[in-house]
Design a protein around this ligand. Structure first.
Ligand SMILES: *Cc1c(COP(=O)(O)O)cnc(C)c1O
Length: 361
């Protein structure tokens, strides 16, 4: 019998057990092909079915209308930091960004490198990125407004998206895509590295609206143009077939096993409430994000001393709770409770936290 831990890794992160079992079951003979999915041609009927099914499920889960294209790229979310300004900037217009932490800051840097008029219209940097800014002064002049919906490292998340005054949003949803229901209408482009909440490392989802594709400069290299991917259905060159297949299984799990996006969100809310309610009920652990900006995906917290944090991480692992170390840039502890982390996993974590506080408090 295989021994699996409760996996609180930030990314690559937990995948739903039924998805892993599904992969295992059809590994040697993929749907009658006599080959594994790793071995079939990306031009084959087998893979074409995988791709089509995955696109349909992504569109259904996010309630995307026909104007949106679902693309699969490589280079991670980090590649999107440069591709977004390359493809979507409009000559003579500024590009607006909200800086809510490490990943936003990196996105801003890549737009600046390209010599664009980058306006950081709101930032929580002065307060160690502990909250999501409330005043977002949009003036309607920008080509787009870039947001990071969930800040994986600082443990903050936009509780709701702001009023964009008609400026299309570009959003990095790497760590909370498929975690909650939202209205896609204000979004011109959404991107997400799959390895947090959507699948394995190696593929990045890009969801782009028709009017954004009109902006793509003809002068860009083919591999850096969104239109290359939209016109060739992400198959201009060999796509990351296995990673796309797993994203397809994860979206299928959300639809058919969990029961859809609303149910998924309800479970996520329940998990987050369990751990935050406990943190708020005592003084040993201290949450690092402001309560109104707390992430329902990455719960960041501190213990009274760094020595206790190290002890906590070590002893939790011995109890079958993995990945609770905070990001190396900020320290502390972090429990990433993505879709694939079960309610039982979070219950086990809270139980361990209680025990640890009792023994060390
Ligand atoms: C992990 C992460 C990234 C970086 O993703 P890569 O795929 O490693 O480039 C970017 N943005 C957010 C919000 C992330 O969580």
């Amino acid at each position: 019998m295989t021994q699996r831990i409760h996996n609180f890794n930030a990314g690559p992160a937990a995948l739903p057990l039924p998805v892993l079992e599904h992969i295992q079951n059809e590994m040697l003979d993929f749907r009658g092909s006599g080959m594994s999915v790793l071995e079939v041609s990306h031009r084959s009927k087998w893979f074409e079915d995988v791709l089509d099914d995955t696109i349909v499920r992504v569109k259904r889960l996010l309630k995307l209308d026909d104007r949106y294209h679902v693309l699969f790229l490589q280079g991670g979310a980090s590649m999107q930091f440069c591709m977004v300004p390359m493809n979507l900037a409009v000559p003579g217009k500024p590009v607006d960004y909200v800086d809510t932490g490490t990943w936003s800051t990196k996105a801003i840097k890549e737009a600046r490198i390209q010599g664009l008029d980058v306006r950081v219209i709101a930032s929580s940097e002065a307060d160690a990125f502990t909250y999501i800014p409330k005043e977002i002064p949009v003036d309607g002049k920008a080509a787009y407004l870039h947001l990071t919906s969930n800040n994986t490292i600082r443990g903050t998340q936009w509780p709701a998206f702001p009023d964009g005054a008609g400026v299309p949003f570009v959003c990095d949803m790497s760590s909370d895509i498929f975690s909650r229901v939202f209205d896609p209408k204000p979004f011109g482009l959404i991107y997400a590295g799959a390895q947090k909440n959507a699948g394995p490392a190696g593929v990045t989802l890009v969801i782009v609206r028709d009017d954004m594709l009109q902006r793509v400069p003809k002068t860009l290299p083919s591999m850096l143009k969104y239109t290359t991917y939209s016109e060739k259905k992400s198959m201009y060159n060999t796509p990351p077939t296995f990673a796309i297949y797993v994203v397809g299984l994860v979206t299928r799990w959300i639809e058919e096993t969990v029961g859809g996006m609303e149910k998924m969100e309800a479970v996520n809310n329940q998990k987050a409430a369990l751990i935050y309610d406990y943190i708020d009920s005592q003084n040993f652990y201290r949450g690092t994000a402001m309560p109104d900006s707390r992430s329902r995906m990455n719960v960041t917290f501190r213990l009274p001393t760094e020595e206790l944090e190290q002890k906590f991480i070590k002893e939790s692992l011995a109890e079958g709770l993995g990945g609770l170390k905070g990001h190396r840039s900020v320290g502390g502890c972090r429990a990433s409770i993505y879709n694939a982390v079960s309610l039982e996993g979070v219950q086990a974590l809270v139980q361990f936290m209680k025990e640890f506080a009792r023994k060390n408090g």
